[in-house]
Ligand binder design. Structure first.
Ligand SMILES: N[C@@H](CCC(=O)N[C@@H](CS)C(=O)NCC(=O)O)C(=O)O
Length: 202
């Protein structure tokens, strides 16, 4: 299989983490895609131009980090990161939505500051900075939830990839005012799968 990524994409990082955690390095070739470039040859592979993108062994392409992570996790018939089913699923899905929402905002912020300075929108930057701060405050409380502890799951992976965007966004300084998040994040960030996929600083 081929997994198209960029080194700074938090969504691609989620898929790369699952590859590592599931020991799929020999089955999944990681390929750097040229995104956000006019006429990139990558558009011939994935017309949306987004990463992550997984080309399965049967040649079928999959988009969306959540779908790709679930596919890779289920390959061995023994999924490790699935969220609970039954009545418990609603709590799990609520938290997954909250983590994804934070990640989506931070991804917009990091993209905005990567554009040429003359194209930065102060309005977008302020909006996302405010959102990022509010979401870190929410997570400082939600981090006590039992699902955020114990075996790694998709909510934990999503939140850790969101918080790890501080490497790309110097102004996203969540650490000083969120001590519980810090204590939660540091051991996760030290896992080999997270260390190997840490985003380069912008
Ligand atoms: N909802 C998608 C988001 C993927 C996404 O937005 N990826 C960004 C990188 S962080 C991308 O490929 N951008 C390239 C572009 O917009 O052309 C997912 O979860 O996989």
């Amino acid at each position: 299989m081929k997994l198209y990524v960029t080194p700074g994409s938090p969504y691609a990082r989620m898929a790369r983490i699952v590859v590592f955690e599931k020991g799929l390095e020999r089955r999944v070739e990681i390929i750097a895609a040229q995104t956000r470039r006019a006429n990139s040859p990558y558009y011939g592979i994935n017309p949306s131009g987004r990463v992550p993108f997984l080309i399965r062994d049967d040649g079928v392409g999959l988009e969306e980090s959540a779908v790709i992570c679930a596919y890779l996790d289920h390959l061995d018939g023994n999924p490790a990161f699935d969220l609970p089913a039954g009545e418990e699923q609603w709590e799990a899905r609520r938290l997954e939505g909250l983590a994804r929402s934070m990640l989506d905002g931070l991804a917009v912020w990091s993209r905005e500051i990567l554009r040429p300075v003359s194209e930065h929108s102060p309005t977008v930057v302020q909006h996302e900075a405010d959102r990022g701060r509010r979401m870190a405050d929410v997570w400082e409380t939600e981090i006590d939830h039992p699902l955020m502890h114990g075996a790694l799951n998709m909510v934990q992976i999503t939140l850790a990839c969101a918080l790890g965007l501080d490497a790309r966004i110097p102004e996203f300084r969540w650490r000083p005012e969120h001590p519980k998040l810090r204590v939660w994040f540091d051991p996760i960030a030290a896992r080999p799968s997270f260390a190997a996929t840490a985003p380069p600083s912008a």
